[in-house]
Design a protein around this ligand. Structure first.
Ligand SMILES: [Zn+2]
Length: 143
């Protein structure tokens, strides 16, 4: 596509990443790759894991949990405990969590995962950074 006026808008392959705690490949644009004040991450989760550290951001963050079967996306096949503003919420079906700036969130605990699900994050910031916390944000695999 070299030489075409809008070729820079087409990001084939360039955003693919291998991230150990996710299944398969992710699509990640956290460092201004989209040339807009928006960052995204698409991931597949197929085993128990968690994001442990409560934190905030100075931007809006939207986290989506979507069943992996495109014919039945509401069937998550998972139980996710999501702590938002200190409240624990149990997610068991397709869900979008819209997190305003400065609202503390996490831990997010994938307590049960019976089949692959999609984890999609969309943030209103050009450069996504781990949130403000007393400790760095951690991601670990639970057994
Ligand atoms: Zn966050």
């Amino acid at each position: 596509m070299a030489g075409k006026k809008y070729a820079h808008c087409i990001k084939t392959g360039a955003l693919l990443r291998s991230i150990p705690h996710y299944t398969g490949q992710s699509i990640v644009a956290h460092e201004g790759e989209l040339d807009v004040d928006c960052s995204i991450g698409y991931h597949c989760i197929s085993k128990k894991m968690s994001f442990d550290e409560p934190h905030t951001h100075d931007f809006h963050e939207t986290l989506c949990f979507i069943g992996g079967n495109p014919q039945d996306i509401d069937n998550l096949g998972a139980e996710i405990e999501f702590t938002l503003g200190g409240e624990k919420h149990l997610i068991t079906s397709a869900t979008v969590v819209s997190i305003p700036p400065h609202l503390e969130h996490c831990p997010i605990v994938f307590k049960k995962v019976t089949k692959p699900l999609i984890f999609l994050e969309i943030s209103r910031t050009r450069n996504w950074k781990s949130g403000k916390s007393s400790k760095p944000k951690t991601k670990k695999v639970r057994k």
